[in-house]
Design a protein around this ligand. Structure first.
Ligand code: SF4
Length: 221
């Protein structure tokens, strides 16, 4: 059962997965934190983890033609944390477009004859859904782009979402509008984490059909 004490501490860092989940339904984050290791795992979640692992295995042997960009390296399950943004997460695949690594960029190194408009880093997320352009997926990618910008001081104007298992690649431009939505979402989640009240349920009841927390939402069902 859900703990009666409030599960959040004010100083908590929000994970990017939680940011995405909050955008999907705020209660999913609340229940997830309350239950910790006892959180139920659905068959769909396990299938998604397997599909992402298989994509990573295949991707290590491939170049960058599928993304339509020139690049140098890919790094998988890349952990990032930004205390200034209050966010942490793990990017499925981080593309480095030049010889300058993420760590070198953090230290201030830049390629020769580099233009500010040329991105050095591109985040890639793998998703096992056809509706990848749903807001919660775009917010997750935008959060990684924002963290990479904040940590390296370089522009990250776009990222990719790979739809599994077909492996179709979708380029997502991180527009000003998306950045504004992300700022609003981060603020909403951070406010929600210190509130005493159970967050609102999603207004889209279709999301509840296969939700692992459905049995806890007595006021919805
Ligand atoms: S059952 Fe619906 S309202 Fe409750 S946590 Fe799941 S998606 Fe949100």
């Amino acid at each position: 059962m859900v703990n009666e004490t409030h599960p959040y501490a004010q100083a908590d860092i929000v994970s990017v997965s939680e940011l995405r989940q909050w955008s999907y339904c705020p209660r999913v984050v609340w229940y997830g934190r309350s239950m910790g290791d006892y959180r139920p795992t659905s068959g769909a979640m396990k299938a998604g983890i397997d599909a992402e692992a298989e994509r990573q295995r295949l991707e290590t042997r491939r170049g960058f033609s599928q993304y339509g960009i020139t690049a140098v390296d890919k790094r998988f399950q890349f952990s990032v944390r930004s205390d200034s943004l209050g966010l942490a997460g793990r990017i499925d695949c981080l593309i480095e477009t030049t010889d300058v690594t993420f760590e070198e960029a953090q230290a201030g190194l830049r390629p020769n004859e580099w233009n500010w408009d040329d991105p050095l880093f591109v985040p890639v997320e793998y998703k096992t859904t056809f509706r990848v352009q749903q807001k919660h997926n775009v917010m997750q990618l935008a959060a990684y782009a924002r963290m990479l910008e904040s940590l390296t001081g370089t522009a990250v104007p776009f990222g990719f979402i790979v739809m599994l298992p077909e492996e179709e690649v979708l380029k997502i431009e991180i527009s000003s509008e998306i950045k504004r939505s992300l700022d609003f979402l981060i603020e909403e989640v951070q406010r929600g984490l210190v509130s005493d009240e159970l967050p609102r349920p999603t207004p889209h009841s279709g999301k509840c059909q296969n939700c692992e927390f459905r049995r806890f939402c007595n006021d919805v069902w």
